[in-house]
Design a protein around this ligand. Structure first.
Ligand SMILES: Cc1cc2nc3c(=O)[nH]c(=O)nc-3n(C[C@H](O)[C@H](O)[C@H](O)COP(=O)(O)OP(=O)(O)OC[C@H]3O[C@@H](n4cnc5c(N)ncnc54)[C@H](O)[C@@H]3O)c2cc1C
Length: 302
């Protein structure tokens, strides 16, 4: 979608927004898939309520993008503009056991920065790509760690009130790859409470998690991590593997040979290819095991 009204284009700089017209989402997603649209980069988020009002009044729908590592965006000209926060400097501030982190901060860099300051508890999150905001939305986790329980406060633009509000961690429900935020809420900053630990101990935890990840995941290929959530008590990857589907493909969308729950873009896969592969694998699992797999990847739909 293109913003064609010159009055809206002229208003954006005063709202702290940088307009990048006609951007291909292939450049902004770890899958390297996605159509074209105007990208609105939010340099200062204080005016976000006015921006959302302006877009709403003009009938311009929007979607929000973090690091683009857990989304499947459709092909072609997109029916939304895309908003993305620009990372400020500094993006992490520490006070005792609290870290105040900007949602646009890189999750991995935040984990290592805190580690260097003897704050741990996030070792399992190392190697999860993307932003802190994306991790909050997804309640990202790995190797026994999830970000949710570390959250003390979140500053969020709430879709319902169109205001920036502060929520306490206890007001937010964090579940397996799911949170109680409304789909259009936009996380802006988060305060995490982290346990003190010696740097060397944290580093050892990080090393172990990195090793496990390197041994099991196709890290040098384009993916969005796990495509499906694990069903209760089961493993989506194991079920797909047992059906002999590793390497199965639709066009260039392919089930990874390394990890059957990672679907990769092996060349020039389209969103349509990836969606067909997802539908086919889900149906094969349903027929074989009677389990209806739920997507972990966020599929942007009209
Ligand atoms: C190689 C690889 C390994 C991975 N391993 C793991 C893993 O071990 N564990 C795990 O949990 N995930 C994993 N993932 C998935 C992904 O990295 C995480 O879900 C990550 O937290 C997504 O962050 P992001 O900034 O890229 O979000 P995006 O992909 O940009 O967005 C995901 C969703 O969050 C929303 N969102 C993003 N930022 C905000 C914000 N500030 N406010 C409101 N909504 C927002 C978007 O609108 C979208 O709906 C992996 C991905 C890859 C490619």
């Amino acid at each position: 979608m293109r913003i064609s009204d010159p009055k809206i284009v002229a208003a954006l700089p005063d709202l702290g927004v940088e307009l990048r017209p006609g951007v291909s989402m292939t450049e902004h997603t770890s899958l390297g898939i996605g159509g074209t649209t105007d990208l609105l980069r939010i340099v200062r988020h204080a005016h976000l309520p006015e921006l959302i009002d302006l877009l709403g009044a003009a009938g311009i729908p929007h979607r929000f993008l973090g690091g683009g590592t857990n989304v499947l965006i459709p092909d072609g000209e997109l029916p939304w503009v895309v908003l993305q926060l620009v990372r400020p400097q500094p993006d992490v501030r520490l006070e005792g056991n609290f870290a105040l982190v900007d949602a646009a901060a890189d999750l991995g860099r935040m984990v290592t920065y805190c580690a260097k300051n003897n704050l741990g508890g996030m070792e399992g999150l190392i190697g999860v790509p993307g932003t802190v905001g994306g991790a909050l939305r997804m309640n990202a986790g790995a190797y026994g760690t999830q970000i949710g329980p570390l959250v003390r406060e979140v500053e969020v633009h709430r879709a319902a009130t169109r205001r920036i509000e502060t929520l306490r961690g206890s007001q937010i429900n964090f579940e397996y790859r799911h949170t109680s935020f409304a789909p259009d809420d936009i996380m802006l900053t988060v305060q995490l409470e982290l346990p003190s630990k010696p740097f060397r101990e944290i580093l050892e935890g990080i090393r172990i998690c990195n090793e496990k990840r390197r041994a099991s995941q196709p890290l040098n290929q384009k993916s969005a991590g796990c495509i499906f959530k694990n069903p209760p008590g089961g493993s989506a990857g194991r079920m797909i593997d047992q059906l002999g589907l590793k390497g199965h493909h639709v066009g260039d969308a392919r089930v990874s040979d390394r990890h059957a729950n990672f679907f990769i873009n092996a060349g020039h896969a389209s969103a349509a290819d990836m969606l067909s592969l997802i539908a086919e694998v889900r149906e094969r699992v349903r027929r074989a095991y009677g389990v209806d797999l739920e997507e972990e990847v966020i599929v942007w739909k009209g």
